[in-house]
Design a protein around this ligand. Structure first.
Ligand code: NDP
Length: 444
């Protein structure tokens, strides 16, 4: 059995009931075979892959809090500090009822390679809880966030581990967590990113993941002789990533005709009205039915279905495993030329393979959604300098980072004879830097 297959088998055996983690490890290691086979003996002797797939530290803790009726609730908190070879652990906090250790480990593992690809000095980690902020009062969300941070604060710090937002963790939650950290540690430091502008946040962080996704897509299309003007784009999700992806795509002259949330989706042939979408999702925190009610051209459908709409470009921006093999087939039938992931691992392995086999350009999230964490790293730099840069300065750095990521993954794929395979390119480019740092630091 090859070293890669041995390690994949071990991961499945040692981490039962964690299918998302298995999926992420398999995707990465499969695409690294070319590199690993060239160094198989040395890597095996150093147990390099075993160390790469085993988090440096995993924290699981109780999060008790009191709801508005006086009832005590208990959630589970997680922080997986995956790999600090190239910098302090960095990665978001997900608050969603589906959160479990396997999901946090898959996200943390992906984060290691994504952070490496940004070219910035950040290691990989991820955290979260099965707490659902939906339908909770502000006081309940604050009570949860304070309790969560009371435990987490023992393990994080500006030079150790710097969490950020993710699904369910937006500006409100980051604010409550930052306040509690400062109170407990008596230190005003850049321990979290995604902060509000009045207390150390960075301009353009809110927009960064969605904008960054489009900067990368635009560069890729340019390198394939196309531009964004007049392109039809389908987007899933209606959260932070989706909203700013839609906005930037429209600024580039494309027409975005769909968005979705966890209960249904919108088809709006006139193009999504971003201001209305922000009002419904960011201000009212309501369902997309309210979008459809306020806009004549929009049709609301229950369930999922955005991938059935013919398009040039598809951008999955909601959650993991939301683009399945049948969706990939519909995209190909609908003439789709490019899929770039805004969410983390939204496309299943068989759907990815199908798209690639049918000539669709496919960019994995660890490259195409890296603009969020890259801008978080720029927030860390501004906090260390005690300075704030202008929107234009941050945005232009973001644009350069995304263009560089595209060329790095493109070149890495070409170097190993896999031109146009950006999954292989992203994994190899991310892996090479992490492995070089791990090797230099000895067996730790
Ligand atoms: P948000 O919570 O802001 O938005 C998530 C969106 O996806 C919402 O519209 C939500 O619907 C929908 N959604 C969530 N879970 C499901 C589900 N199980 N089925 C269908 N729809 C669902 O999160 P973000 O926009 O921040 O994150 C989206 C994705 O992007 C995640 O995979 C995240 O890890 C990834 N990502 C985010 C970054 C960031 O900077 N925010 C950076 C890099 C990656 P509803 O409105 O009903 O809740």
């Amino acid at each position: 059995m090859s070293y890669v297959d041995e390690v994949i088998a071990q991961v499945i055996e040692k981490n039962p009931s964690q299918p998302e983690f298995h999926q992420a490890v398999k995707e990465v290691l499969d695409s690294l075979r070319l590199v690993i086979e060239q160094n198989e003996d040395a890597y095996r002797k150093d147990a390099l892959l075993e160390r790469l797939v085993t988090p440096e530290r995993q924290l699981i803790f109780r999060v008790p809090w009191v709801d508005d009726k006086g009832q005590v609730q208990v959630n589970t908190g997680y922080r997986v500090q995956f790999n600090s070879a190239i910098g302090p652990y960095k990665g978001g906090i997900r608050l969603h009822p589906s959160v479990n250790l396997g999901i946090i480990k898959f996200l943390g593992f992906e984060q290691v390679f994504k952070n490496s690809l940004t070219g910035l000095p950040i290691g990989g980690g991820k955290g979260g809880s099965d707490f659902d902020p939906k339908g909770k009062s502000d006081r309940e969300v604050m009570a949860f966030c304070q309790s969560f941070m009371t435990e987490l604060s023992k393990y994080i710090g500006a030079d150790t581990d710097v969490p950020a937002g993710d699904i369910g963790t937006g500006a409100r939650e980051i604010g409550y967590m930052f306040g509690q950290y400062k109170r407990l540690q008596n230190r005003y430091e850049g321990v979290l990113t995604g902060k509000g502008l009045s207390y150390g946040g960075s301009l353009a962080r809110t927009e960064a993941t969605g904008y960054g996704l489009l900067y990368l897509v635009e560069e890729m299309m340019k390198c394939h002789g196309e531009d964004m003007t007049g392109k039809t784009v389908v987007v899933s999700g209606a959260g932070n990533v989706a909203i700013y992806a839609i906005q930037k795509a429209q600024q580039m002259g494309a027409k975005v005709v769909t968005c979705s949330d966890s209960t249904g989706w919108i088809y709006d042939p006139e193009g999504i009205d971003v201001d209305l979408l922000k009002e419904v999702k960011e201000v009212k925190r309501a369902r997309l039915t309210e979008y459809a009610a306020a806009r004549e051209s929009a049709v609301y459908h229950e369930g999922r279905g955005v991938w059935a709409i013919p398009c040039d470009i598809a951008l999955p921006c909601a959650t993991q495993n939301e683009l399945l093999i049948d969706d990939a087939k519909q995209l190909v039938v609908g003439g789709c030329k490019a899929v770039a992931e805004g969410a983390n691992m939204p496309t299943t392995l068989d759907a990815t393979a199908y798209l690639q086999e049918n000539g669709v350009l496919f960019v994995p999230g660890k490259a195409s959604n890296a603009g969020g964490v890259a801008t978080s790293a720029l927030e860390m730099t501004q906090n260390s300098e005690r300075l704030s840069w202008s929107f234009e300065e941050v945005d232009s750095k973001l644009q350069n980072i995304m263009i560089n990521i595209y060329h790095n993954i493109d070149n890495a794929a070409k170097k190993y004879g896999k031109e146009g395979n950006y999954v292989v390119g992203a994994n190899i480019a991310g892996f090479e830097k992490v492995v070089s740092a791990m090797n230099a630091q000895g067996i730790v």
